[in-house]
Ligand binder design. Structure first.
Ligand code: GCB
Length: 607
């Protein structure tokens, strides 16, 4: 690829062409943890740049001639030059900037990050730069040259940097911009904190010239004794064959690769099936030419039959909870480590869950891998939330890219049983067309999991509720959010409400809840007290027992989480208070209502 100097502002129109002409990330390399990596986590130097002094992107600052608006800013040297990074102001990577520096608490804009690192090239190797996630837009420069850009705050991306690296010291600069955009995914409006920053780990990844980039290993749809999958290598002259080994099953299978480096396989094997009670994972080793990669994979089936969800052919009830990817204790903030994830998932376990809804975007990879190990089924979703620009082709491509990256990263995780397309999106023909395309795309990538979306309820008569949504014909579940007893009437209404559905599919309530400040006590009729929340949940449990075909529920939400929409002083203080647990670990009374009900359900279903 032809290169242009990142820092030469006079060439900025060329630079913009480079970005627009698709300095896109390379196809995603899966299972980075199993690779030889050099971690770039740690303290990075930073410059906060709300006016975009360092770099103007004319797509956001259009002028008549398409050049920069204010020529005063066109210095020869930009913030990309070393002397401007002569600062002690650092931010930790991974991490959001909002909870690391007080002045950035509400900040939405650009922060430049720089990190120096030493590198020693080796023959026969290719090198990639892998980001777990950057929210929202990242433009990446290495040694003064742009290597590419990425949009979307919750999915991994990687660039090949083999030809950009220098022996010795290298300078990596990332422009991170978390400004909300009307055409973005999510769009301007949401109910969670727009944490900016390099929010997940950054790694330099070394792989052989031709390497295993991606693979799928899972039970064939509907089968418990056939493992199917494929392997995809990347690089010139791929080997003609690969091997899949699963020592725990005595499997060693040769796989033929075609000229493009792709090969599919099918293996007869009868693994012990993964389930919440017995989350069995098998060591899997894939070898192709000089490359090999190891993973731990579980095998299970997931299907529906009428109103039942069947895991390994057995009817289950999904005792779930919704979770935002936010750390408990301390300054809260975006969760990024296994330890932080473990706190959240252990709380879900303590409540009696066998299922988690990872809302409202793909969480970090550790979360899903831990769910695999701990026996928690996962609902995974992309941030197509509320009112996306349904007719904007760029918005569609953005959503599809996030979906594709989520499925690519997690398709080998047994815990993930549901891919969800959207949350509470108002009905319209344009939205239906948009979501249908996403559904088709998902089924083409993975026909083994259930597909859904969190829809909205509607009235079907006095105190009678239902879901009427054209999407119901395309998805596997009747899944929807409902807040009877909170946004819809007060607690007494819960007792009166009944539900009716006109589809023979499992019903899944993806949200319900009420807000309470932990430690705020009062009468059960007083909103935001623990007593109101407890009473509302107690009545809701009775209502749930009346919902025909109910196969799962994920109340909103495990932990109080930050949201700029939540401004009630001394109660909310920037936190959505619907958590069953406070941000510092206080179990609210309603937590025990759910725990008790889930224990009953567990016994009932003997899970
Ligand atoms: C919803 C949204 C969720 C909000 C929640 C609330 O329906 O899906 O993102 O946080 O309600 O608390 O209002």
């Amino acid at each position: 690829m032809k290169r242009y100097i990142f820092s030469t502002m006079l060439c900025s129109h060329i630079l913009i062409l480079v970005i627009q002409a698709g300095a896109q990330p390379a196809p995603q390399i899966v299972n980075i943890a199993a690779r030889e990596t050099q971690s770039l986590d740690g303290l990075w130097k930073t410059i906060v740049d709300p006016f975009e002094n360092g770099y103007y992107d004319y797509r956001r600052m259009p002028t008549a001639n398409g050049y920069f608006q204010d020529h005063d800013f066109r210095a020869d040297k930009t913030v990309l030059e070393e002397y401007n990074f002569n600062t002690d102001r650092t931010l930790r990577v991974p991490g959001d900037w909002n909870t690391q520096r007080e002045s950035l608490y509400y900040y939405e804009g650009t922060v430049w990050y720089r990190r120096l690192f030493d590198f020693t090239p080796r023959d026969g190797e290719r090198v990639f730069l892998h980001f777990g996630a950057v929210n929202y837009e990242a433009i990446v420069g290495l040694n003064g040259e742009i290597i590419g850009s990425h949009v979307g705050g919750f999915t991994p991306f990687n660039f090949e940097i083999t030809d950009y690296l220098r022996e010795g010291e290298n300078s990596l600069v990332v422009k991170v911009d978390n400004k909300r955009l009307a055409e973005g995914v999510p769009t301007l409006n949401s109910d969670w904190w727009n944490y900016g920053g390099i929010t997940r780990s950054v790694n330099v990844v070394r792989v052989p010239d031709t390497f295993i980039r991606d693979y799928s290993v899972q039970l064939a749809k509907g089968s418990t004794d056939r493992i199917t999958g494929w392997i995809r290598t990347d690089g010139a002259n791929p080997p003609s064959g690969a091997t899949v080994e699963i020592p725990g099953l005595g499997v060693r299978q040769a796989v033929e690769l075609d000229e493009s480096g792709y090969g599919a396989f099918e293996i007869s094997a009868a693994p012990s099936l993964w389930s919440p009670e017995d989350p069995r994972l098998y060591e899997v080793k894939i070898t192709a030419g000089r490359d090999s990669v190891e993973d731990r994979i579980g095998f299970r089936t997931i299907e529906t039959s009428g109103t039942d969800i069947l895991l390994n052919d057995r009817k289950i009830f999904c005792r779930g909870i919704s979770i935002h990817e936010e750390a408990a204790y301390g300054s809260s903030g975006r969760a990024f480590s296994r330890e932080q994830d473990l706190v959240l998932l252990n709380w879900a376990k303590e409540m009696g869950c066998n299922f988690v809804r990872l809302a409202h975007y793909p969480h970090n990879e550790d979360m899903v891998r831990l769910a695999d190990e701990m026996g928690l089924m996962v609902w995974s979703e992309i941030p197509v939330y509320w009112t996306i620009q349904w007719t904007n082709p760029e918005t569609y491509l953005n959503a599809e890219a996030q979906l594709t990256d989520m499925v690519t990263r997690d398709r080998n995780r047994a815990s993930v049983v549901i891919w969800s397309m959207a949350n509470e999106t108002p009905r319209s023909p344009e939205r239906l067309a948009f979501l249908s395309r996403l559904i088709d795309k998902t089924r083409a990538m993975d026909d083994t999991r259930l597909i859904s979306a969190a829809m909205e309820k509607e009235s079907a008569g006095p105190d009678l509720l239902t879901v009427h949504d054209e999407l119901l014909d395309l998805v596997d579940l009747i899944s929807f959010n409902q807040y009877v007893g909170w946004y819809d009437g007060s607690s007494e209404k819960v007792d009166r409400v009944n539900w009716v559905f006109d589809r023979d599919k499992p019903v899944f309530i993806t949200e319900l809840g009420a807000g309470a400040l932990y430690g705020n006590h009062g009468d059960a009729s007083e909103r935001f007290t623990e007593e109101y929340m407890e009473d509302m949940y107690t009545r809701t449990v009775d209502m749930l027992e009346r919902v025909p075909g109910l196969a799962g529920v994920t109340p909103w939400i495990l932990k109080d989480f930050r949201s700029p929409r939540r401004q009630m002083c001394d109660i909310q203080d920037d936190f959505n208070r619907k958590g069953l647990i406070s941000e510092n670990g206080g179990r609210k009374k309603a937590f025990y209502v759910m725990q008790k009900w889930y224990e009953e359900l567990r016994r009932r279903y003997e899970q």
